[in-house]
Design a protein around this ligand. Sequence first.
Ligand SMILES: [Fe+2]
Ligand SMILES: [Fe+2]
Length: 250
Amino acid sequence: MIRAMNTLERAEAAERAQMEELDRLVIMKSVIYVSGESDPRVPMQRPPSEGKTFLMGHDPRLPRMPEKPTLFDFFRLRFGPANHLLQSARLAQKNGLSEKLVLACLLHDIGNIGFIRGDHGYWAAQLVEPYVDPEVMFAIRYHQALRFYPDESVGYAYPESYIKLFGPDYRPEPYIERAYKTARDHKWYMSARQLTVNDLYAFDPNVKVELDEFTDIVGRHFRQPEEGLGWDDSPSAHMWRTINWPTRYL
Ligand SMILES: [Fe+2]
Ligand SMILES: [Fe+2]
């Protein structure tokens, strides 16, 4: 008689199956993951591929995403810890900002917690642009530049932490300076500025905020595509797919 597997045996079997799957696959890293650590002009070492196939979808080392992933699925299964974003969104709420700007605060750093650090405000803005009000996109995009420039009218000073992080002599590049000026003259300047105000103070390791607190706001202001993020053919769908399947060969 065949005995049903207990929990431990099931876990072990699943792990074995995963190891076998990994054995059959060649998983390559994109240039960008190693650029800086290695010279991109030097051809990358190819792992032995005899009898194997190159990964063209889900990476078995990662938690599997649902077939139609939502924004929160990305938060839970692909983004790094989002405490800072959650705290920032809650602070914005406490300060009486509009729901749209609370959403902007919730999403403003998904570039660096989920994708790429450099120019993170631009990447995050592009990721969400098809799904949010243009003002939300604008605030996220321009927080990249505005955070380097004080605005006494709202009590925003150049962040102390930046002096430590980048040294006292760091000056933003000309393109950041230009973006700052563009934002300054824009009707949504204050929206982007409010994001920086609610961003800076949102680092408290003792405050725990749950994603579910923002279910309603996201429901009202983030146009979740029916097909799932990444499968909806929007201008940024490929970026969501890459976050979902970061090691796909082509
Ligand atoms: Fe940021
Ligand atoms: Fe931030």
